[in-house]
Design a protein around this ligand. Structure first.
Ligand SMILES: NC(=O)c1ccc[n+]([C@@H]2O[C@H](COP(=O)([O-])OP(=O)(O)OC[C@H]3O[C@@H](n4cnc5c(N)ncnc54)[C@H](O)[C@@H]3O)[C@@H](O)[C@H]2O)c1
Length: 273
């Protein structure tokens, strides 16, 4: 049947490589794209969790999914991941840069933020994304087409609202004061800028480069944080982890064929007020 569902949003047999694939949102993207019969290559610094996810996708959806250990702070590791993807499937159609790096000291207050921590976060969240794009684009140019989806954050678009974190428990690093740190803000803003740069740079190479900017996902945050956050959104709540799937399918498929350099904001209305 030829209709909008089977054609416009079709990712069947598209070779999609995802870096940072087995976290909260990556897991949802992988399951969605696996169910849609994409040919997946998934990489993460946590190879065990990544392989478990790949196995789940293979058995549940009977689709192709291979997993690799990838460190986004290591150019050789990224190169080897993309190389192995192309070795396995013969091409790469879409690259999704989804990793985020949270080293020790990630949540430190600005005054005490260590250069070492800042460098590590920027290295993984931004430099690694530049390198992954650079490597994927070599293949895209040979193929004559390509599609990149970079993942930013609302805190790459607007200033992080530090008021939300006052008196809130840190669900990720017990004992460290919860906040959204400087390293996250500057690295995620850079991802949006990189997206625009690359869209323009490869304008004549049939390579589309877009960014998805999610708002906050509910992840068992304490009630105070969840209430504070919800108040900032027009929809009055945090996102469910599946609520970015539609945007990923749109960006990965030909439904977004006339879109490049864009930043798709899916944030419950946070940034419009
Ligand atoms: N969850 C949210 O509320 C939210 C909001 C806005 C933006 N985002 C963005 O969405 C993306 C996914 O977020 P998430 O909440 O699923 O995060 P997550 O921390 O659950 O997942 C990130 C993944 O990156 C992997 N990773 C960490 N270091 C790595 C490295 N050096 N190399 C390769 N992989 C590495 C982790 O193992 C993990 O699987 C991130 O880029 C994040 O900044 C998330």
């Amino acid at each position: 049947m030829n209709n909008i569902y089977s054609e416009t949003f079709n990712v069947k047999d598209k070779v999609i490589a995802i870096i940072g694939a087995s976290g909260i949102l990556g897991t949802e993207y992988v399951k969605l794209l696996g169910e849609a019969q994409a040919k997946l290559s998934i990489g993460d610094i946590n190879p065990e969790r990544c392989e478990e996810l790949a196995e789940q996708v293979r058995s549940q959806f009977n689709s192709d999914c291979i997993s690799f250990s990838v460190d986004n702070t290591d150019s050789y590791s990224i190169e080897s991941f993309i190389e192995k993807t192309v070795e396995k499937y013969g091409r790469i159609d879409v690259l999704i840069n989804n990793a985020q790096i949270k080293p020790e000291g990630f949540y430190a207050p600005f005054e005490q933020y260590k250069k070492e921590t800042l460098t590590k976060v920027i290295d993984g969240n931004l430099v690694g994304v530049v390198i992954a794009c650079q490597i994927a684009c070599k293949y895209f140019i040979k193929q004559g087409y390509g599609n990149i989806i970079n993942i930013s954050s609302i805190y790459g678009v607007v200033g992080s609202d530090q008021r939300l974190y006052d008196g809130v428990n840190n669900p990720y690093f017990e004992g460290e004061r919860f906040s959204s740190p400087v390293s996250y803000a500057v690295s995620k803003a850079g991802v949006i800028s990189l997206t625009r740069f690359l869209a323009s740079y490869y304008r004549e190479k049939n390579i589309r480069v877009n960014c998805l900017t999610p708002g906050g996902v509910f992840d068992n945050h304490d009630q105070t944080f969840s209430n504070n956050y919800s108040y900032r959104t027009l929809l009055g709540r945090m996102a469910d982890r599946k609520e970015y799937n539609g945007a990923i399918l749109f960006l990965a498929s030909d439904a977004s064929s006339y879109m490049t350099g864009a930043n798709l904001l899916v944030d419950g209305g946070w940034t419009v007020i």
